[in-house]
Write a protein that binds this ligand. Structure first.
Ligand code: MV4
Length: 449
């Protein structure tokens, strides 16, 4: 087992990783920017190293500084968390060259799944269902139009370097094709420095359902059930739950086997997520694979009663997994509490938290790095807490979440709590009748105060 893990991250996930390390008897090293000098991950780690000023490019994204922190503290492994360098193949490779274990998949896995056309081709070869479309990179706009004509409108143009919705455009009729093609390519070039595009049939009103998987160094791959992530706004997830209200035992079996095939096809090592689009007829299609621990991992931890960070560390240390799949035993919902003003288009609301009372009680979990007096920096993401509730049934879980949201008090900054309160009362949400477009026509109304 590792003796000392350096956590190349900040915020709630850094704290989350430190907690598991302590339970496993592993020493921890926090790294921090000058903006995070008063953060809890700095105080709770065994050692802490300042790696630079507030901008991420000079601190949490700066590979030489991270490697230097590793060297001076003698850490034998790095946990990247999510975001920052978690899916950076160069970083994973450099860790290997320095003899530091990167707690995550290999650089090859990261590269293969990071390029969306390569990922899709891998899934086709492994017999995982994908959305019909171009076989690979489109060579020009004429080829794109020809394929669109063949598969039928509407279609969607996607950047091979994309993900999370950037460089993506729907096309509903041929006369719009060229315009959308140019827009998508320009956006992809500006965002990723790569304007390679592919095309797919547009799946209307899909749900986003993802499967958690785990693979070890001995070729075993299992699934840990699904998370429903359709409640999102502009590709930012706001609420995740497990099991999906749309799931059936048969569909879980089928999608779970497809997720395992996806993992086995690349000999996947570590925990990962296979994202699917699911249409209203319950047809499902591979969308992307994430090679990191995700923000919403606690939902899975609560329904299968396992520590996913611990699993990640054990896999990286060469301990085999059991190989069995895990099915949800209870229901869990996560609400992301962000420092945002939901009445002003969810715009960031950085500042100092003057007073804080988090929710507590049976079946309530709060993953957070904030406290009264903490200042939310405009330099980083706006996530301030994850409120996770668990109960026997979805209905009880929603009731518990409403109770927990009522007692969750944050003063000094605006938060997404009013949004979650409103969502929990929504009839469509309560009946499980929603898809990824749900929040497009969700009206927040007026602020109560
Ligand atoms: C799609 C789609 C419909 N049809 N592909 C959005 C992010 C990127 N990962 C893929 N995405 C989509 N791909 C086809 N062929 C609709 C989306 C999509 C979406 C997917 C998941 C969650 C939220 C979404 C919001 C808008 C569009």
């Amino acid at each position: 087992m590792f003796e000392k893990i350096l956590i190349a991250n900040r915020g709630e996930i850094a704290l989350r990783i430190i907690r598991t390390c302590r339970e496993m008897g592993i020493q921890t090293v926090a790294v921090f920017s000058t903006a995070d000098a008063d953060s809890l991950h700095v105080r709770f780690a065994d050692e802490a190293v300042c790696i630079g000023p507030a901008p991420s490019s000079d601190s949490y994204l700066n590979i030489p500084r991270l490697m230097a922190a590793c060297e001076i503290t003698n850490a034998d492994a790095i946990h990247p968390g999510y975001g920052f360098l978690a899916e950076n193949a160069d970083f994973a490779e450099i860790c290997g060259e320095y003899g530091i274990k990167f707690i995550g998949p290999t650089p090859e896995h990261i590269k293969r799944m990071g390029d969306k056309i390569t990922a899709k081709a891998t899934m086709i070869a492994a017999s995982v269902p994908v959305v019909p479309g171009s076989d690979g990179l489109l060579t020009d706009v004429e080829e794109g139009k020809r394929i669109a004509d063949k598969i039928g409108y509407p279609v969607i143009l996607k950047a091979t370097a994309g993900g999370g919705g950037k460089g993506m455009r729907e096309v509903w009729q041929e006369e719009d094709f060229e315009n959308q093609w140019n827009m998508a390519r320009n956006e992809a070039m500006a965002s990723f420095g790569n304007d390679g595009m592919y095309i797919e049939k547009f799946v209307e009103e899909p749900r986003h359902i993802e499967f958690q998987i785990a693979g070890d160094q001995f070729g075993n791959v299992c699934h840990l059930s699904e998370r429903e992530c359709s409640i999102q706004r502009r590709h930012q997830k706001l609420v995740e739950e497990s099991p999906s209200p749309f799931m059936t035992d048969e569909l879980r079996e089928e999608m779970g086997q497809a997720a395992i095939l996806a993992g086995k096809a690349i000999n996947y090592e570590g925990v990962g997520t296979v994202e699917f689009l699911v249409d209203k007829h319950r047809n499902f299609y591979f969308m992307e694979m994430n090679t990191r621990i995700q923000v919403e991992h606690p939902v899975t931890e609560e329904v299968i009663d396992h520590d996913l960070i611990k699993e990640q560390i054990k896999i990286a240390a060469g301990i085999p997994i059991s190989g069995e799949n895990y099915l949800p035993k209870v229901h869990a919902i996560e609400c992301r509490i962000n420092a945002e003003d939901v009445y002003k288009g969810f715009r960031p609301s950085p500042g100092t938290i003057t007073s804080l009372h988090t929710a507590k009680g049976h079946g309530v979990r709060v993953d957070t790095h904030v406290y009264a007096g903490y200042s939310i920096s405009p330099y980083y993401d706006s996530l301030i807490a994850k409120l996770i509730c668990r109960a026997r049934t979805r209905e009880e879980c929603i009731t518990k979440m409403e109770r927990a949201l009522e007692e969750f008090i944050v003063e000094g900054v605006k938060t997404t709590i009013p949004f979650h309160k409103k969502l929990m009362k929504d009839e469509k949400f309560r009946s499980g009748d929603f898809h990824t477009g749900f929040l497009n026509d969700f009206d927040m109304g007026e602020s109560e105060k």
